[in-house]
Design a protein. Structure first.
Length: 357
C-alpha cells in the first residue's frame, strides 16, 4: 500500500537533493595557498560564467595532503599542490586526470615547453602549472648587513649564535634538502645516509637557544619585519611583493638563494579525485590559461608565470631578481625529487624523530 504522506516526504527529499545538486553545479571550491589568487580574477570568472568561487586556504603541502586524505578530495574542486607532491597525490588516488583520454584543455599550448611534460607528471595528464618561484632565506639587513648567501645563516652557530631564527613549517623533504645542501650532499639529496645526517643536523638546530621554531613562509616575512626573528625561510615573490607594497615596513628585508643550493618549485593546478564539480574546475583552469589572465595572476602574486604567451604582459619588476632569478642563481636551483613507497616512509619517520628529540 502506498502512503501519500510518505510519498510526499520522499518527493521532498528528491527535490531537496536535486536543488542541492543544482547549487553544487553553480560553485567552484578552490583550495589554495593563502593570498595566492588575484580577487579581480575571481570576479572576472564569476561574471563571465555565473559560477561562484568559494575559497579555502592552507599554508603547506603537508596540510593540503592531510586535508585531502581526510575526505577533502570530495569537498574541493581545485587544489594547488607543489610539483614534488603530485606523485604522492596520484599514487594515493587523490587527484583525477584533467580531461578524458584524447582531449586537451583550451590554452594549454600557451605553456612554456619546459613545463609541458615535467618529471612529476610526465604526460601532463593530472596538472597544469600555476606559478613558479624559488625558496631562500629572508633576513634583517640591519642585523646582517652583508651575509654570505649560505644556509649557514640558519644552521651554523658560529655565523649566528644569538639572533632568533626559524625554519619552514610542515615540509620534511624541503628542510632535509636544505640541511643536505649545507652538509655538502646537495639540496636534491635522496636516501638513508644523507637523510639520517640531515635529521641529526635538525636535532642539533632545534637545541640551539636562538631557534624559535617552525613557521610558514608568510609568517617568517612578518616576523623578520617586526623583529621577532632575524632570519627565516621564505619565497622570493612574497618578499618582493611586501617590499614593493610597503618599503617603510619591509624595506630592511633581504633575500638570497643559498649558494649550496635551494628549491626551484612549480605550483600546479589539479582536480581532486571526487571533486563535486570538476567541470567548473576545468573551466577555471582554461580561464587562467588565457595570457591576459595569467599575467594578471603573476602581477598580483609577484611570481613568475609558466605561460609563455603571458610573459610580455607581466610587470617589468617580474623580469628581474629576486622574482626572475639571475643566470648565476639558477645554477644553484633544483627541483625537489619526488619520493614514494619505502623512501617516503623513511623520510616521514626520520622527520618525526627529528621533530620530537
Amino acid at each position: 500500500m502506498r502512503h501519500p504522506i510518505l510519498v510526499g516526504v520522499a518527493g521532498l527529499g528528491l527535490l531537496a537533493a536535486s536543488t542541492l545538486a543544482d547549487a553544487e553545479e553553480g560553485k567552484l571550491r578552490l583550495f589554495n595557498w593563502t593570498d595566492y589568487m588575484a580577487p579581480s580574477i575571481i570576479e572576472g570568472f564569476e561574471a563571465e560564467t555565473g559560477i561562484e568561487v568559494v575559497q579555502n586556504y592552507y599554508n603547506s603541502n603537508a596540510e593540503l595532503l592531510s586535508k585531502l586524505t581526510a575526505g577533502g578530495d570530495a569537498q574541493y574542486d581545485l587544489v594547488v599542490p607543489s610539483d614534488y607532491f603530485v606523485p604522492r597525490l596520484i599514487d594515493a588516488g587523490l587527484i583525477q586526470p584533467l580531461t578524458p583520454e584524447g582531449e586537451t584543455l583550451t590554452g594549454r599550448d600557451n605553456i612554456l615547453e619546459e613545463f609541458r611534460t615535467p618529471s612529476y607528471d610526465p604526460e601532463g595528464r593530472y596538472t597544469v602549472p600555476y606559478q613558479w618561484g624559488v625558496t631562500g632565506v629572508v633576513y634583517n639587513t640591519e642585523t646582517f648587513p652583508d651575509p654570505e648567501p649560505s644556509w649557514s645563516l640558519l644552521y651554523d652557530p658560529e655565523v649566528n649564535d644569538a639572533y632568533p631564527f626559524a625554519l619552514l613549517k610542515g615540509d620534511a623533504q624541503f628542510t632535509f634538502g636544505t640541511l643536505c645542501a649545507f652538509q655538502g650532499a646537495g639540496f636534491d639529496c635522496v636516501g638513508e645516509a644523507p637523510w639520517v645526517k640531515a635529521a641529526g643536523g635538525l636535532i642539533e638546530t632545534r637545541r640551539r637557544d636562538n631557534f624559535v621554531g617552525f613557521v610558514d613562509a608568510t609568517a617568517a616575512i612578518e616576523q623578520v619585519a617586526s623583529g621577532v626573528i632575524h632570519a627565516g625561510v621564505a619565497y622570493n615573490g612574497d618578499v618582493a611583493a611586501k617590499r614593493a607594497a610597503d618599503p617603510e615596513i619591509y624595506g630592511h628585508l633581504g633575500f638570497f638563494v643559498p649558494e649550496e643550493g635551494s628549491q626551484r618549485w612549480v605550483d600546479v593546478m589539479a582536480v581532486p579525485a571526487h571533486a563535486p564539480n570538476p567541470q567548473a574546475a576545468r573551466a577555471f583552469i582554461e580561464y587562467l590559461l588565457r595570457p591576459e589572465v595569467a599575467a594578471r595572476l603573476s602581477n598580483h602574486n609577484f611570481y613568475t608565470t609558466p605561460n609563455e604567451a603571458a610573459l610580455p604582459l607581466v610587470d617589468p619588476a617580474l623580469r628581474e631578481p629576486p622574482v626572475m632569478p639571475a643566470a648565476d642563481t639558477r645554477q644553484h636551483l633544483f627541483f625537489t625529487p619526488s619520493v614514494s613507497g619505502d623512501q617516503l616512509q623513511l623520510l616521514q619517520q626520520l622527520w618525526s624523530e627529528a621533530r620530537s628529540r
